[in-house]
Write a protein that binds this ligand. Structure first.
Ligand code: CA
Length: 217
């Protein structure tokens, strides 16, 4: 899953980006409004974390512009804790709201819920045949037995499971698993697919030739 964090406070941006990467996300960063809007409008992020008070363009204006073209889930972060500000943020098209200071585990739980909801899933555990994916723990079990996956393999399995029964194109995999800082060596989708098949069974991921991949619905 790939996130965009738009935050102008350098220390907070670094802490957020690092903790989200450690949690297994691909993370892009922006530290002002116009750059944030440019990135958010230009890619299909799984979610955007948006500060409200930003140089160049406020988070509210950014969100209103973004909503003209994208339905990307947006979680607003702000120091403001007044009801009119919450209402304004939600009216501008925010999907969730977190007031600074906040705890990183809560931010991560809210992001997981946003990403699930936008994929039409409501439960934290996804099931594909006898494979169970716990999106909170980021663990996978097959027939009740834990299976050790690398972070990239896990991200691929979660992406496919969130779209189970539907085609996941190679472009979607590139867009959702790799951030803009990734080098080409880590972008070997075929290798990750082959490794997941070794661990979860060769029929777990179906290849749709020339289109992409799919898991059973
Ligand atoms: Ca700010």
């Amino acid at each position: 899953m790939r996130l965009l964090v738009i935050e102008d406070e350098p220390d907070l941006l670094e802490v957020l980006a690092q903790s989200l990467r450690e949690a297994g996300y691909a993370v892009d960063e922006a530290s002002d409004g116009p750059t944030g809007l440019y990135k958010a409008a230009g890619a299909d992020y799984d979610a955007v974390v948006l500060d409200l008070m930003l140089p160049g363009m406020s988070g509210w204006d950014l969100l209103r512009e973004l909503r003209k073209t994208k339905a990307t889930p947006v979680l607003i972060l702000t120091a403001r804790d007044t009801i009119p500000d919450r209402v304004k943020g939600l009216d501008a098209g925010a999907d969730d709201y977190l007031t600074k200071p906040f705890e990183l585990p809560e931010l991560q739980a809210r992001l997981r819920a946003l990403i699930r909801r936008s994929a039409g899933q409501t439960k934290a555990t996804l099931e594909v045949d006898d494979v169970e994916i716990d999106t909170a723990e980021r663990t996978v079990r097959k027939a009740g037995q834990p299976v050790a996956l690398t972070p990239r393999e896990y991200a691929l399995v979660e992406l496919l499971a969130l779209h189970k029964g539907r085609l996941v194109t190679r472009t979607m995999i590139y867009d959702h698993l790799f951030d803009e800082a990734d080098d080409s060596l880590s972008n070997l989708v075929d290798v990750h697919v082959a490794n997941v098949r070794k661990k979860l069974g060769k029929d777990f991921i179906m290849t749709r030739r020339g289109e992409g991949y799919q898991v059973h619905g």
